[in-house]
Design a protein around this ligand. Structure first.
Ligand code: FAD
Length: 382
């Protein structure tokens, strides 16, 4: 009889716990521990910003998973004692036989001076709601979409944001009075997807009149002057700053000793095993180096597929009849472009010598695919 504990009720944690529960025997226990007690479907934040989704529609109470026999604990994990096979949580100690870490990335707004004061944080539900309010009144001025640092989750999201903002202002008939610029330390949009995809996205930004400032690393945000100050000293003025904050591994993870120089948890790319026996990690908290030296992007699609792989691996280990399985590095993402359309990138990220990724041109049917995916995802897992 084994007790598997999953940390995190995000995309990876929910899929891992559910798939494990389905595969393991009745005598085995599956516990999911999450500090908020709610699943928040982050890909919908852009639709919240656009008033296409309300906050309650994109959240689910994790307690619903108990219907499937998953034990759900609402508590913050504060420490991992891997020697003793025990987590210290705000609700007390929690022992495990196998541990799956899926706590995602912590948003470190404090790591970029001035960000918290001046920017609307696109990566939180509250930030998306405040941005929605700003947009309803904004008719004239400079909008800057700022990527603070890399890595950040969903490499497409800031670009989708720029396209959606362009769409929003055109629809309101004020686009001529609004400038939109994307400022990023990246050398091109979605670098891991390769030069062709980057060129295509940069071309789409150009066609829409969206300014693009690659290789522009912000040193701080001057909230009084309302300028982004780059490392070079150059100042980029804004009236509305839409920001992707710096990311880091959650505090308890940084203290486990499981992270490496990247600041994230290195795992076996196929099995998601960490350097510590019986401890797995998946999703945004991991660092998986690809054949071209870059890292696998932090994205829900990968968290999901990794969770399925870990569940299969663990089920095979704990239940002799079950089939095992590994993560294959295949992934896809929609790039929403406004006007009811989305582009679609997909490919094999484990391909050598570099990921093989292609981008399909924006279309209405592709966007419908995204809408259906969202509906089905929330329905399937809750
Ligand atoms: C605006 C936006 C748009 C996006 N769009 C897409 C998209 O179109 N496609 C795509 O594939 N991905 C997208 N993503 C990325 C995707 O949401 C993440 O990559 C994905 O959620 C990562 O899953 P995860 O399980 O690793 O972590 P998360 O989903 O972030 O979940 C982590 C969970 O762990 C919990 N937790 C953290 N620390 C602790 C602790 N100490 N104790 C207990 N619980 C803890 C948190 O409460 C949270 O519930 C988007 C993200 C954003 C912000």
């Amino acid at each position: 009889m084994a007790h598997v504990v999953v940390v995190g009720g995000g995309i990876g944690g929910v899929v891992a716990a559910s798939e494990l529960r389905r595969r393991l025997g009745r005598g085995d226990r599956v516990t999911l521990v999450d500090k908020g007690g709610r699943h928040v479907f982050q890909p919908d934040f852009l639709w919240v910003m656009m008033s296409w989704r309300e906050p309650e529609r994109i959240q689910r109470d994790l307690a619903r998973l108990s219907r499937r026999g998953i034990e759900v604990v609402t508590a913050e994990v504060r420490r991992l004692d891997s020697g003793a096979h025990r987590l210290e949580t705000s609700a007390g100690p929690l022992a495990y036989d196998r541990l799956i870490l899926a706590p995602g990335a912590e948003l470190a707004s404090d790591a970029l001076e001035g960000f918290s004061t001046a920017a609307r944080n696109l990566y939180t539900l509250e930030g998306a709601m405040r941005l929605r309010e700003d947009l309803s009144a904004f008719r004239k001025g400079r909008v800057v979409v700022l990527i603070s640092s890399t890595p950040f989750k969903c490499p497409a999201a800031p670009y989708e944001t720029a396209f959606l903002l362009d769409y929003h202002f055109r629809r309101r008939g004020v686009r001529d009075s609004v400038s939109i610029d994307v400022v990023t330390p990246e050398p091109q949009p979605m670098p891991v997807a390769g030069a062709e995809v980057g060129k295509a996205l940069a071309g789409m930004l150009r066609e829409r009149g969206i300014g693009y400032r690659p290789l522009s690393k912000p040193a701080r945000v001057d909230s009084a002057a309302r300028d982004v100050v780059l490392g070079t000293g150059e100042r980029i003025p804004f009236d509305l700053l839409v920001g992707v904050p710096p990311h880091r591994a959650p505090a308890f993870v940084r203290e486990t000793g499981l992270t490496d120089g990247s600041g994230w948890i290195p795992v076996d790319p196929r099995t998601l095993k960490t350097s510590v026996e019986h401890v797995y990690a998946l999703g945004d908290v991991t660092a998986i180096k690809l054949a071209n030296g870059m890292f696998l992007p932090k994205a829900g699609v990968f968290a999901h597929r990794q969770a399925e792989a870990v569940a299969r691996t663990l089920a095979a280990e704990l239940t002799p009849r079950a089939d095992g399985g590994t993560f294959d590095g295949i992934g896809h993402c929609w790039v929403e472009t406004g006007f009811g359309k989305a582009a679609f990138g997909s490919g094999d990220f484990f391909a050598a010598p570099a990921p093989r990724v292609s981008l399909r041109n924006p279309s209405r049917p592709l966007r419908w695919g995204k809408v259906l995916f969202e509906r089905r995802w929330l329905r399937r897992w809750f």
